[in-house]
Design a protein around this ligand. Structure first.
Ligand code: 5GP
Length: 180
């Protein structure tokens, strides 16, 4: 399938599932080496990270734990224009090795917010693993961003967990919006 229609938009194939899986296997190998002898806790950012987290975890040979957080955003009066609230962050992160798992890093604001909350609990280490990264869109540099699946252009993408208007998360490949 090279193009799909979701609601009122047309999308074209960007990354095939085969390539996603190959990349995840390589990231898994790297994580197994980097965290050998430790027991990290993977924290996925919902909703978009659920498929990436599932496939990544299957590659892990070291002992590890899994949790998820959800971030809600709404327009507010803060200067950034957006206030985010972190829901469900585990409360026992002191001295733990944390790996935050994201579907996509766009401006970096979501990560910045979650990282601030995580740091309050004095973890031993924090690193970020994201499947997709849009280097042209980043507005706040994230020094913890260590593992990146694919760098993509600054375009809207769907599939493999990512949605357009709630739809398209079930697509196994990743698609980008076709300009109208
Ligand atoms: P940031 O805070 O880095 O700007 O945005 C991160 C969140 O915005 C992601 O977790 C995701 O929910 C959403 N997002 C950013 N870019 C895209 C995109 O191209 N497609 C989809 N479906 N969501 C995106």
């Amino acid at each position: 399938m090279n193009t799909v229609d979701i609601a009122d938009k047309k999308f074209e194939l960007l990354i095939e599932n085969d390539n996603i899986n190959k990349r995840i296997r390589l990231i898994g190998i790297q994580l197994n080496v980097d965290y050998e002898g430790r027991c990290p806790i993977f924290i996925g950012v919902l909703n978009g990270s659920f498929l990436f987290m599932a496939d990544l975890l299957k590659e892990m040979d070291i002992p590890c734990e899994v949790a998820f957080v959800r971030v809600s955003s709404y327009k507010g009066t803060a200067s950034s224009g957006t206030i985010k609230e972190t829901l469900g962050l585990p409360e026992n992160l002191a001295n733990r090795d944390i790996i935050l798992v994201e579907d996509i890093v766009d401006t970096g604001f979501t990560l910045k917010h979650i990282l601030e909350k995580v740091q309050l609990q004095n973890p031993a280490s924090v690193r970020v693993c994201t499947l997709l990264y849009k280097p042209e869109a980043i507005q706040v540099p994230v020094k913890e961003l260590e593992y990146i699946g694919f760098e993509i252009p600054n375009e809207f993408v769907v599939g493999y967990g990512l949605d357009y208007d709630g739809l398209g998360r079930n697509l196994t490949d990743i698609y980008r919006a076709v300009p109208e």
